[in-house]
Design a protein around this ligand. Structure first.
Ligand code: HT9
Ligand code: FE2
Length: 340
């Protein structure tokens, strides 16, 4: 396989940067999806509570600045481009710019650690559509492997988790319950990918390094129509139940399913989950996501280097081993209904 690359492409979700962006952004997110309009308007309110600005674009700018420094200091010397699925800079515009700059082949870093239709195949489809829109001469993009079990991701997550645990009074710290949280997806979508398996694996890898805390994997940000089954338990239901049982005083949320403190973290965890905690008498701390943690930035460089070198040394912790470099044809299929 040809492993000569002339650029890095950061591929992400995108988010609104002002009140007028919110509805057109949400319409982009939900085009062709089975999500009721009432849900969309409810989520629009979450964004408006933060002035219509999602932190995600700023966080991606910070990630790119950190990665630029990392590559300038250590190589490889490659320019970094950035394109989103749902909001500016959109992938089509970015690929047009890359073509203009003479870029032929880029390595893609997707801001999703775990395999799902949303985090893997849909981004590959977005790139393909952008390539078709740009036409002849559009750059090729090869995706870097999923990094849920890469030592860099696990170590950075662990560091963030320890910071959050330090907020719990020392005499109660060891008993604190850890909740690993990830975006819920429809059960049908989950049937087409290894999302749950990878999440359980990463949660296990972090928890066994943290100590002897009780821990659970929970889900947040459920969308879709009410009758459609999604991954559970929901984090707010789970905290409510812990409160009713009356044995847990402190919960530390580790949002392992996300790589930056974007709106799903600020609203669904810091606003909603903390509110539920205070209603049922549980103290809730929230670990930061990896963001621009230096070990996470180094991991991105390592993934780039390993791919260019074509080396067999592809670090991964735990039993699942390193994820594939090239997605097989049935990777992260868009399953919309489970046949019973
Ligand atoms: C697996 C997964 C990730 C993690 C992997 C990855 O990072 O890709 C993720 C990330 C994100 N999700 C985000 C925002 C939203 N997700 C929505 C809706 C949905 N997400 C889904 C799944 C995921 N989403 C699904 C199955 C839907 C239903 C519609 C559909 O089938 O696609 C909606 C619509 C409103 C709603 O119903 O909630 C919004 C606004 C933001 C940006 C936050 C910001 O602006 O700061 C980010 C990073
Ligand atoms: Fe989402």
């Amino acid at each position: 396989m040809n492993n000569e690359y002339d650029a890095i492409l950061v591929v992400s979700f995108g988010g609104p940067e002002g009140p007028d962006d919110v509805i057109p952004f949400l319409e982009n997110v939900l085009r062709g999806k089975n999500v009721p309009r009432e849900r969309m308007l409810e989520v629009a309110e979450h964004y408006q509570q933060f002035g219509g600005v999602s932190p995600i674009n700023g966080q991606n700018r910070a990630l790119i600045a950190a990665l630029e420094q990392e590559l300038a200091a250590n190589g490889p010397q490659l320019p970094i481009y950035w394109g989103n699925r749902n909001w500016h800079p959109l992938l089509t515009d970015t690929l047009a710019q890359m073509k203009q700059d003479g870029i032929q082949r880029a390595l893609g870093f997707f801001t999703s650690a775990f395999s799902s239709y949303s985090g893997c195949r849909q981004y590959r489809e977005d790139i393909q559509q952008a390539q078709e829109a740009v036409g002849a001469g559009a750059p090729e993009v090869d995706k870097l492997r999923m990094f849920f079990n890469h030592p860099g991701f696990i170590e950075a997550t662990l560091d963030r988790a320890r910071e959050a645990l330090a907020e719990i009074p020392e005499e109660r710290r060891e008993q604190a319950t850890i909740l690993f949280s990830a975006h819920s997806i429809p059960l049908a979508m989950a049937a087409g990918c290894r999302y749950e398996t990878q999440l359980k694996d990463a949660a296990q890898l972090v928890s066994e390094r943290l100590g002897t805390h009780p821990w659970h994997l929970v889900y947040q940000s459920r969308s879709g129509p009410p009758h459609q089954p999604w991954l559970e338990p929901d984090i707010c239901d789970f905290i409510t139940e812990l409160g009713q049982q009356g044995e847990v005083q402190d919960v530390v949320i580790i949002p392992i399913g996300f790589v930056s403190d974007h709106m799903e973290v600020l609203f669904d965890l810091d606003t909603e989950a903390k509110q539920v905690g205070s209603e049922v008498g549980i103290n809730v701390a929230r670990a930061k996501t990896v963001g621009v943690h230096p070990r996470f930035i180094t991991m991105i460089r390592e993934l780039i280097e390993e791919r260019i070198a074509g080396t067999a040394d592809r670090p991964a912790l735990g039993p699942l081993g390193p994820n594939h470099d090239v997605c097989p044809v049935d990777c992260c299929l868009r399953v919309t209904e489970i046949k019973r």
